[in-house]
Design a protein around this ligand. Structure first.
Ligand code: F6R
Length: 608
């Protein structure tokens, strides 16, 4: 996930403030970084691929001067991590510099139009259109602030944007669907003036960037424009001043990188609405009833998924999507695939891997490649080995995940696999019914995060020594994932089963102290069968927690219900998983486990 810092300083320490601000955002992950400063001699920009140490090296000896500046750490989404693709981006004359988080959906037509007008581009990024649009508006006679507004008014997509312009002692910023927060410097008593005129003024994508300078923050909202000069002015899209109110952040230093959450895992669970918007952004067109993922895949007769752990669960879900659309599809554990490779024929082989570096998955993909298969990586990591080695890549765009337990990347994988099946094999009818559900998905996840009673259920069952999870069809991978999440972070024994399998053996383990989490969505025959399975465990006095949308009788036999909004069954599976993530999190938290770094586990498993 990219990071933004901006500062209108009082002395000559703005450059250091920017670089330190970027260092404070390093936890978000990045692959290039840069800064731009406006001083008496105009605009200076310094940026580089790699880590901040590389940026510091490049700055050495140059010492660009100026009290107004912006900085950025980039996590690649359009184009690989290179010096040219690093932010800030500039216009042709080198007088406008822009940093951006998010995705500009209409950058391609904007770029073509600007190129026709003679603008020259240096990067592969969507961001670079913005400085050129500002340049065009300035050339048309607009003053800096209206020129910035005019440029932003042409953008579609999600953005947090900050710009500086040579000759102007201001930072211009705008936000839509991507966070942006201002920090107001304080006077010697620690009191910030409401308009920020008492001290330096800061801008960032996240408070940690400037937390060491001030705890006084003002959160911008979608549609807001901000101008930072000696003070801070916030206006709406029509240019009318709005009052966003100043808040005081109470977090201690350790919590800072977690934006106030106790753990990265909790933060990442709460980032899922944002991550899903990023994944879907610019890829669904409800009007046309189409999904566009910009992939040119060859004609395939079938699909084989290879993956490990959570990504394997996403693959089981993906395989079911393809089978439902009439395409033969199977999910394989990557570690088994390489030693006993099935016939591939004309199948497309899809490696699902958030890191793109899992050795088992890479080895399975290489085996498929050796046998002549077309390969596709579904990954979160641009320029990862899977991205580089596969014939195609579909990015899930979840932003970096720090907690070892995968949460938002699983949601991103499910969303991306829906896009893949929609774009390649689904009928027009299926597209029409699924697209509205995908559009509502971020809001539905947010509704669960706002109202979940998972914490109470975790409190009730934290002492159990074993937990079972059951589900059918698309809800089966969710049961497996619910169990995996709980076992890896709480160290409690948890197992997931296909709901119909319970009676073929595992039922012998069910006791009156074994909570059974049953995922049951919809009202069809499958749901009724799972309700039947719930009755089987209820008859053995086991406590039942139904994860349900209320369209079946599960609630009648359950001791507790975790509610899921009514939606398309595919979206429902993702929502049910959010409830189970929260249960796992709270059980582990109650037990005092080191949630972000569970024992014996690593974020990226690079050995077979
Ligand atoms: C569980 C978890 C692991 C990973 C697995 C594959 O929370 O994170 O099970 O899913 O190690 O990792 P990737 O997706 O990076 O290939």
């Amino acid at each position: 996930m990219c990071g933004i810092i901006g500062c209108v300083g009082r002395g000559d320490d703005t450059l250091e403030t920017l670089v330190e601000g970027l260092a404070n955002l390093e936890y978000r992950g990045y692959d290039s970084a840069g800064v731009a400063l406006v001083g008496a001699d105009g605009l200076s920009v310094c940026k580089t691929e790699g880590e901040l140490s590389a940026l510091r090296d490049r700055l050495e000896g140059r010492d660009p001067a100026g009290t107004v500046g912006i900085g950025h750490t980039r996590w690649s989404t359009h184009g690989p991590p290179t010096d040219a693709n690093a932010h800030p981006h500039t216009d042709c004359a080198g007088e406008v510099a822009v940093v951006h988080n998010g995705i500009i959906e209409n950058y391609q037509p904007l770029r073509e139009e600007l190129e026709e007008q003679g603008h020259e581009f240096e990067s592969d990024t969507d961001t670079e259109v913005v400085p050129h649009l500002i340049e065009a508006a300035l050339a048309g006679g607009a003053r800096p602030e209206p020129a910035f507004r005019e440029a932003i008014g042409q953008l579609e997509g999600s953005y947090a944007i900050a710009a500086v312009i040579a000759g102007s002692r201001e930072i211009f910023a705008a936000r839509n669907d991507s966070p942006l927060v201002a920090g107001l410097g304080q006077d010697s008593e620690g009191v910030p003036p409401q308009d920020g005129t008492g001290g330096p003024v800061f801008l960032a994508s996240d408070v940690p960037a400037f937390r060491e300078h001030t705890p006084h923050v003002l959160y911008l909202e979608d549609g807001d424009f901000a101008t930072l000069d000696g003070g801070l002015t916030v206006t709406d899209t029509d240019g009318v001043a709005v009052d966003r109110g100043v808040e005081t952040v109470e977090w201690d230093a350790e919590q800072t990188g977690k934006s106030g959450y106790d753990h990265f895992m909790r933060k990442e669970i709460h980032e899922q609405p944002w991550a899903l918007r990023q994944c879907l952004s610019g890829r669904v067109d409800e009007l046309r009833g189409a999904a566009d993922i910009d992939l040119e895949l060859g004609a395939t007769l079938g699909v084989q998924f290879v993956a490990a752990g959570t990504s394997y669960h996403a693959s089981l879900y993906g395989a079911e999507l393809f089978r439902r659309a009439g395409v033969p599809a199977q999910a394989f554990l990557a570690s088994e695939y390489a030693t006993s490779t099935p016939p591939i024929g004309d199948d497309l082989v899809i490696g699902v891997t958030q890191s793109g570096e899992t050795a088992d998955t890479l080895s399975a993909l290489r085996e498929a490649d050796r046998r002549g298969a077309e390969t596709l990586a579904v990954t979160n990591t641009v320029s990862s080995t899977a991205d580089r080695e596969c014939d195609h890549t579909l990015l899930i765009r979840s932003g970096p995940e720090i907690g070892v337990a995968a949460t938002k990347t699983f949601a991103g994988q499910l969303a991306a696999l829906n896009l893949l099946s929609l774009a390649t094999v689904e009928s027009q009818h299926d597209r029409r019914t699924l697209l509205p559900a995908l559009r509502d998905l971020p809001g539905d996840v947010q509704a669960i995060l706002n109202d979940s009673n998972a914490e109470g259920i975790a409190d009730a069952y934290e002492d159990a020594s074993a937990y079972f999870f059951i589900g059918r069809g698309l809800q089966y991978p969710v049961a497996l994932e619910g169990a995996l999440k709980l076992k890896e972070i709480s160290y409690k024994h948890a197992e997931g089963f296909a709901a119909g399998e319970l009676k073929h053996g595992p039922l012998a383990l069910v006791e009156d102290s074994t909570p059974v989490f049953a995922v049951v969505l919809g009202s069809g025959e499958r749901a009724q069968k799972t309700v039947g399975n719930i009755k089987e465990v209820e008859a053995r006095d086991a406590p039942v927690v139904a994860v349900t949308d209320g369209r079946n009788d599960a609630h009648l036999y359950a001791d507790h219900v975790l509610e899921v909004p009514e939606t398309h069954p595919r979206a429902g599976a993702l929502l049910a998983n959010v409830q189970l993530q929260l249960v796992a999190y709270h059980v582990a938290d109650n037990l005092g486990r080191p949630i972000d770094k569970p024992r014996h586990l690593a974020k990226s498993v690079t050995v077979e």
